[in-house]
Write a new protein. Structure first.
Length: 646
């Protein structure tokens, strides 16, 4: 290797390069770099196509990342092609120190040269180790759980218990106070704010039986030693075991996102569709029975579609005729007593408020008081309401939910202490037999976060083959060789081994965030691989030029030495790329606070992949390149090189 460097660069402390040669070198290097930058930019943009096509909340979350990366690469490519050569021509003048004079680079070369020579000598062992590492990473990835998005710790808890549909206002108020006092007894809780029912708006359809309590936690530094958020939720859940109340635990932001995007306020929901509410409710109870006992299923309950209490007032038409009343007369009395009648309008500035009057809550809740409600007749004076109407309490649906013109019931549950994918997969296996017994017109559908997971997986799998085809075509146009493009493409999975090992040992589930991290790593690995092959081809071109002028035959030993020389040219910039990437990404692993839970799954594949990518591209890529050139030399007696026009 030292002999080759002596031929290429004079071994002096400083080298004086004539102006015409300096400009020729700049022009040649600019054309060479421009070619690599162009194809690298296209490949990175193409690798982000799956992110561009994501929809729903995952598209809104990761779309800006893909656009930012694309714009940065586009501007960077323009600057490299236009501004960089100008700056080089202005500032790179005078005498230059050779590459070997750099102490860091010379030490790296002293370490790198024996390693690459050993890999070339033991080429089968080197390739075998890579294949074994790749084969081991496949079952590791398969064994990982799946989820839509990493759980984001919002720093607070949303407690959503569901009471019986016929609960009264006074009882739900008392229940709120009891729950708030119990929650406040946990040392990690700072503030508690609970509400029942809904606001006075048509956009909120929450019944009075649905309670929402926001629990603000203290900073983690003030928590008891060894306590986690799951431990706090389990402790709160054990204290809040109230008869007739089904507990539910989530977080405020993700709860709103789930309700807006899927209509489900928990992680997963099983929607039961049909034509009859009673039959739907019976099937929903059967689904709940099958889901009980599955590991990871928490807060399981059936959304109540029966059990609501209604006051039915049936008019006795013969009696109202005897008393000289009409149905409208009776309706006016009932409306005034129960619903309220408008008395007047008050004016406050530009605002108008109606003043209504009705009987008090205690009177309206008492069936006997309603029966004694006085109705004024024209001839017989006041008579009790029960004399002209039958008053009774009957059961009915507290709320009728419909979707796609079909009645719907829902079985809701959260997933904790297990990944979403395997939990739902086990649940689906248990429900397969029940689904086959459902009559015509009745069926179930999975919703919630699992619905988003399936949608994102389909999008990524659909677009991935087109991305690989685009990248292969870019490599072909870059190398003008199907063989080199193919070998460069199949070497990429080996460079991604580190990402697989990293997320496995960090105990991270596969999610859209992890997929985005692998996509970013994929583009980076392809880019550095292309530049490495361009440097190796440049070394081959020097070899062909040298041997062609001296009319000597190229030997396998010449190929080996010039491949090592071409790989060594890429050593320093590759190490700089690895160092910059690691210095930028590793601090995220120690980050805390809101948002770090989503960033870590993106960063982990990139950190592990950058390390194995550097190792693979520095050691295995030159080896594969050497094998292909030796094959060309044996088969055709010559080697093909990527020509860079001067």
């Amino acid at each position: 290797m030292k002999k080759i460097f002596k031929k290429i660069l004079p071994q002096k402390d400083y080298v004086k390069i004539p102006e015409d040669i300096r400009m020729a070198i700049i022009e040649r290097s600019s054309k060479q770099v421009s070619r690599g930058v162009f194809f690298s930019t296209v490949i990175i943009i193409a690798s982000f196509l799956p992110v561009f096509l994501l929809t729903g909340q995952e598209g809104k979350l990761f779309g800006p990342l893909a656009f930012t990366k694309t714009f940065i690469m586009a501007v960077d490519a323009i600057l490299v092609v236009t501004l960089a050569p100008v700056l080089i021509s202005l500032f790179m003048k005078g005498r230059f120190r050779p590459e070997s004079a750099n102490p860091i680079n010379s030490r790296l070369e002293k370490i790198y040269e024996p390693v690459i020579r050993t890999c070339i000598k033991w080429r089968k062992t080197t390739i075998g180790i890579n294949i074994i590492a790749l084969l081991i990473s496949i079952p590791l990835l398969i064994s990982l759980g799946k989820e839509f998005m990493p759980p984001l710790d919002e720093g607070s808890i949303l407690f959503m218990p569901v009471a019986l549909p016929d609960i009264s206002n006074s009882e739900v108020k008392r229940l709120l106070q009891v729950q708030d006092r119990l929650i406040k007894t946990v040392p990690e809780v700072e503030n508690v704010l609970g509400k029942a029912g809904r606001a006075n708006t048509a956009t909120d359809n929450s019944p009075i039986s649905m309670i929402e309590t926001i629990i603000i936690l203290k900073p983690k530094s003030a928590w008891r030693e060894g306590k986690t958020k799951d431990d706090i939720i389990n402790e709160l859940n054990s204290k809040l075991q109230i008869p007739g109340v089904t507990n539910g635990w989530t977080q405020p932001i993700i709860n709103r996102i789930n309700m807006l995007s899927t209509g489900i306020r928990t992680d997963v929901g099983v929607k039961v569709y049909g034509q009859n509410l009673d039959t739907i409710y019976a099937f929903a109870q059967e689904v709940k029975k099958h889901l009980q006992g599955i590991d990871g299923v928490k807060d399981l309950y059936v959304e109540p579609i029966t059990g609501g209490k209604y006051i039915d007032i049936a008019v006795k038409r013969e009696e109202i005729g005897r008393y000289g009343l009409s149905v409208d007369d009776l309706n006016d009395v009932i409306e005034s007593a129960l619903g309220g009648v408008k008395l007047t309008t008050t004016v406050e500035g530009r605002q108008r408020f109606s003043v209504n009057a009705r009987f008090g809550q205690d009177f309206r809740d008492n069936l006997q008081s309603l029966k004694r409600l006085q109705v004024q007749t024209p001839d017989f004076g006041p008579v009790p309401l029960e004399a002209v109407a039958d008053i009774k309490i009957s059961e009915g649906p507290p709320m009728i939910n419909s979707e796609n013109a079909l009645l719907r019931g829902t079985v809701l549950f959260n997933v904790r202490e297990r990944d979403l994918g395997s939990t739902v997969q086990e649940a689906q296996q248990k429900l397969d037999q029940m689904m086959s017994k459902m009559p015509k017109g009745y069926f179930i559908e999975w919703s919630g976060q699992y619905e988003n997971l399936i949608r994102s997986e389909k999008t990524l799998m659909l677009i991935l083959p087109f991305v690989l085809l685009i990248i292969f075509m870019c490599m072909y146009f870059a190398f003008h060789s199907v063989r080199e493009a193919f070998f460069s493409l199949i070497s990429i999975p080996f460079a991604l081994i580190g990402g697989a090992y990293m997320i496995y040992f960090w105990h991270v589930n596969l999610s859209v965030a992890v997929a985005v991290g692998f996509i970013a790593l994929f583009g980076l690995a392809v880019e550095t691989g292309i530049v490495m092959v361009i440097y190796l081809n440049d070394a081959m071109q020097q070899l062909v030029t040298l041997k062609g002028n001296s009319k000597e035959t190229i030997t396998p030993s010449d190929l080996r030495e010039y491949v090592i020389s071409g790989a060594a040219k890429r050593l320093r910039p590759k190490m700089m790329t690895v160092s910059v990437s690691l210095f930028a990404l590793i601090p995220i692993l120690w980050s805390h606070g809101v948002g770090s839970d989503v960033m870590k799954p993106i960063v982990l594949p990139m950190i592990g992949g950058v390390l194995t990518s550097a190792t693979h591209i520095l050691l295995v890529t030159p080896l594969i390149f050497l094998i292909t050139k030796e094959y060309e030399l044996r088969r055709h007696g010559k080697i093909d090189v990527l020509e860079v026009k001067h």
